[in-house]
Each structure stands twice: as C-alpha cells, then as structure tokens.
Design a protein around this ligand. Sequence first.
Ligand SMILES: *[C@@H]1O[C@H](CO)[C@@H](O)[C@H](O)[C@H]1NC(C)=O
Length: 276
Amino acid sequence: MAPRVLFCYIVFLLQCCQAMTSSSCDPISQYPKFGKCCDKCPPGTYMSSECAERNTSGCQPCGPDRYQSEWNMLEHCHLHKTCSNNGGFVVEKAGTSTSNTICQCQFGKHCVNKDCEICEENTVCIPGYGVVYKEEAENFIIPICEKCEAGYYSNVSSNLEACRKWSNCGLLKMIADGTTTKDVECGTPEPLSKVGLVVGIVFLSGVLLLILLTFFIHSGYNQENRTKVRNMFTRLMRCTGKIQMPIQELTENGRILATAGDEDKSPEVMTELMPV
Ligand SMILES: *[C@@H]1O[C@H](CO)[C@@H](O)[C@H](O)[C@H]1NC(C)=O
C-alpha cells in the first residue's frame, strides 16, 4: 500500500511542476498553450499562425501604413492615424511599423479640447496685448490674449506673438518712454565729456612717456642719445608751435652742448662740440 501512495504523490508533484512551468511563461513575450510557452509576435509584426503542439507561432511584418507597438497575438496590425487637413492638423511625427502617427495643430491653431478632436484658429491679440499660453486643464493648453505688463509692449496684431521687452538704451540717452504699444526710444550717443577727454589725453601722454623711457633704457643713457632725443623733442615742440624758446643743455664743465636752433645740424656735427 505504501509504495502506491508514494507513486501517486510523485505523479502529483510532477503535474504541479508542469503546471507551474507553463504558468511562468514571460508575461510580455509569451503565453501558455499545450502545457508549454508559446511566443507572442514582437512589435512591428502580427500573428499569422498560432503555435501548435510541435510548431512555434508564425509572425509577419506589418504592411505599409500599419503599426503594432506591442508584443501581440493579433491577426493584423493597426492602421496609422491620418492628420486631417480639414480638422486643422498637420503631421508632427510620421508613423512607423511600431508607432502610430502623431498629429499636431497647424501653425496659429490650437486644440479645442483635451482630446484634441479638432484644431481652431488662435484669437488675434491687438496691439498692447500679447499671446500667453494658459493651462486650461492638465496637458490642455490654449493661447489667450493678455495686456502687456509694465516694461513690455506689443505694436502688432498677432495670434502668435507675446509682448516684447522694452529696449535697454544702455549708454544711449532715452528719448521717449515706452508704452504697452510702443518700445522705448533711444537717442544717439552723448558727446564725449570734457572730463573723459582730459583723462584720455593724460593716459596717452603716459603711454608716450613710457615708450620714450623704454627707448632710453634700451639704448643706454649716453650723451649722443640725449642729444638725439632732445632734437626730436625740439622738432615736436616747433611743430606744435607752442615753444619757440631755445632749449639749452650744459655739460658738467659748463659748456653748451646744443641749442634748439641746432636742429638742422646733423648729430655728427654736434659731436664735434663735445669735450674729448
Ligand atoms: C514694431 O516695433 C518694431 C521694433 O521697434 C519695429 O521694427 C516695427 O516696425 C514695428 N511695427 C509696427 C507695425 O509698428
């Protein structure tokens, strides 16, 4: 009696196991049949023939203008949605074998309701008002006209444009204040102030002095160079016509080296004056 009970128990266990294996098919890509796991058809295909005891499932690719986005056991693929021109739609994203077509409203139009059954023209906002997108309900946005805030203007009638920010005149002078329908008016640049001019001249003089100093240090501070530079300086002064006085320089022993009147003599001539 005991071995028979044991046999029954083992058979029962085996049947349990089989039932468990068949019910543990992958829930996305498989389904149980004939006590085994049969394949579903992948996205982009439909099921042309079901699995049999000895055969696997047959799958065929979706035809043109059709799609199937999920693992399936369907006998055909779905037809792509068409974006009706009369309904105010335009294709946002073309459909593929695995995805449906996505439609959107034509430029300047918006959905009438959350399901977007049809698109209607945006209202035109008059000058002083701009287009603002308002969330009517979750994921349902419609354009409305709102009066331009302070600092913003709209000078056009438009069903798309928002109010624009007034211009920033920056360094330019503001000629006229802005309004809700008109931008701020900016003028031409203000003339350079006298203080600015003086600062500029002082700065340029400093740069010039620095260049001269560099020249001195670079070429060595000797008598010959001093004379050269003085001649250059004198010519500059003559040129500007500010100074007509002769400029003299004395050597250590009191002799006059050169005067402003010497500028037409060559430096070679002047070196003859120098004490040897
Ligand atoms: C509106 O303002 C802009 C920028 O100031 C200007 O270019 C445009 O001509 C204006 N349009 C009208 C219709 O006044």
